[in-house]
Ligand binder design. Structure first.
Ligand SMILES: *Cc1c(COP(=O)(O)O)cnc(C)c1O
Length: 496
């Protein structure tokens, strides 16, 4: 048996892999959960003592693993905000994996890292001075942004948290509609989940600026330390956008860091009909967006954009290391272009992204975002966002026109929250919960559910590049016919 992994030409294997993946994308295989016992038994082997070689592993991958993959990339999947990657995203991601396993060094990949971050700033109408760093997704992107906020809040009080640790008393202001990754970020940053205070919202889940100001005043009176306001630009449940302008005024009044979580909803700014709702976002000190959501990148790509990247550096730098000592040439950071031909890509680390976040080794993610934007341009991206927003609006209109459907929240972006409703039913939450399970088991339309003011909503989020208009009609019909059948069964069971 050879101890060598096969490292010869890649393209024949890629062609085979492509065929397996194309078959998966056709979606004819049905859901993995339905035949779970089969693939579990086939895959549950003991540690192989000797290998079977690339060809046979590729075959197992193609026949047993890929067809039993996730429902997330299906066109009818509207549950989470993650979705299947577009082909361009997959290809660029693979290219980066092979040709630039790191983002450090003077390479084309590193240039695209910075260029694509700057493109995101421009694309989303953010202030030109904003700079960024990529990380694995919204969770980490929020963590980095709040790390910068924490660094600033304590530096203003003469304390360097990155160097010396975190004194108690930091507080973050968010709403119940905020993503729970905010609470986890607070925990990782040494402030604790309980440091996130819950500001009131209006009926549509938008932050109440007056209550925000009250919370901040109370924190100051108690000699605690306001660290950041976290506003949503597209909440996960309903897509609500907080009143950013009014919140920014509160942030200004207290000289407080404003963070905008746009992991899902920042690209909504490309739809000029909802763009006014983002007014005030230029005041944000930090903004995050998940490229692996609306932009269609493969999962594992989020961006943190900040006005002052040196705060990220002070919060997250590793400090000097013996293992890199002397590895790079000195003074190459301001290299004149005329020096072309005299430098090696390893003469400099280039932009020290690994000190702006929590990852040292990292995929070169910028090439993926660059490729997505090169493929369809800002106009193509805007058209996709508008289409998905239109789909949610159209669904809402049809729901309102239907006698047995009820709209629970008018869409702001591409999420529509509604439910099946018959007057005689005294537990609509239970009815809609059962209805939803049946939809999922049928496997064609896969929305999630969300609680809106104690009412269980069916919650489709239209976000996938492969999700198109046919899914709107399909979902509507599926909900009505499933609801009708379920209600008829319940009535029959009661009268028996
Ligand atoms: C999805 C999401 C997150 C978390 O992002 P991940 O990429 O899943 O880590 C954070 N905030 C909001 C508003 C989100 O929609």
């Amino acid at each position: 048996m050879s101890d060598q992994a096969y490292c010869g030409p890649l393209s024949p294997a890629l062609q085979r892999l492509g065929q397996y993946l194309d078959r998966f994308n056709e979606g004819e295989q049905g859901d993995a959960g339905m035949r779970r016992l089969q693939w579990r038994a086939a895959l549950q082997r003991s540690l192989p003592q000797s290998g079977i070689g690339l060809d046979k592993v590729l075959q197992e991958l193609g026949e047993q693993v890929i067809p039993n993959g996730s429902a997330v990339p299906l066109p009818g999947f509207t549950s989470f905000i993650t979705t299947g990657a577009t082909n361009m995203g997959v290809l660029a991601s693979l290219a980066a994996m092979v040709a630039s396993p790191q983002r450090i060094g003077l390479t084309a990949f590193q240039q695209l890292e910075e260029l694509s971050l700057n493109w995101l700033v421009e694309l989303f109408h953010l202030p030109a001075e904003m700079k960024g760093v990529y990380s694995s997704g919204g969770s980490t992107a929020n963590l980095l942004a709040l790390g910068a906020a924490r660094q600033r809040a304590f530096e203003l009080r003469g304390h360097d948290c990155g160097r010396d640790g975190v004194p108690p008393g930091g507080r973050i202001f968010a709403t119940a509609a905020s993503h729970r990754t905010i609470h986890r970020a607070a925990a990782v940053l040494g402030m604790g989940r309980e440091s996130v205070l819950t500001v009131k919202t209006d009926q549509t889940g938008r932050m109440c600026p007056r209550d925000l100001a009250l919370h901040i005043e109370r924190v100051l009176q108690a000699d605690l330390i306001p660290v950041a306001i976290v506003a949503n630009a597209g909440s996960t449940s309903t897509g609500a956008i907080d009143p950013l302008q009014a919140i920014a005024q509160v942030a200004d009044r207290f000289d407080l860091w404003l963070h905008v979580d746009g992991a899902y909803g920042l690209p909504g700014i490309l739809d000029e009909r909802v763009r006014p709702l983002y007014t005030g976002i230029d005041r944000a000190d930090s903004v995050v967006v998940d490229s692996h959501k609306w932009l269609g990148a493969p999962v594992g790509i989020g961006a943190t954009l900040v006005k002052d990247r040196s705060l990220l550096l002070r919060a997250f730098t590793q400090g000097a290391s013996d293992y890199l000592e002397g590895s790079f040439a000195e003074g190459l950071d301001s290299l004149p272009d005329s020096a072309d031909g005299f430098v090696h890509s390893l003469d400099s680390m280039g932009i020290p992204y690994s000190d702006f976040g929590v990852e040292l080794s990292s995929p070169a993610r910028g090439a993926v975002v660059w490729a997505l934007l090169r493929e369809i341009g800002a106009a193509g991206m805007a058209a996709r966002i508008r289409r998905h927003n239109d789909m949610a609006r159209s669904l809402a209109e049809q729901v309102e026109a239907h006698p047995r459907l009820e709209l629970l929240q008018a869409p702001t972006l591409s999420i529509c929250c509604f439910r099946y409703r018959v007057e005689a039913c005294d537990d609509l939450n239970a009815l809609n919960r059962q209805l939803h399970r049946r939809l999922i088991h049928r496997g064609k339309n896969l929305p999630s559910t969300a609680m809106i003011d104690g009412q269980l909503a069916i919650r489709p989020c239209f976000i996938g590049a492969r999700t198109d208009w046919v899914q709107v009609d399909d979902l509507l019909q599926d909900v009505v016919s499933t609801g009708d059948a379920l209600w008829a069964e319940l009535v029959a069971a009661q009268t028996k």
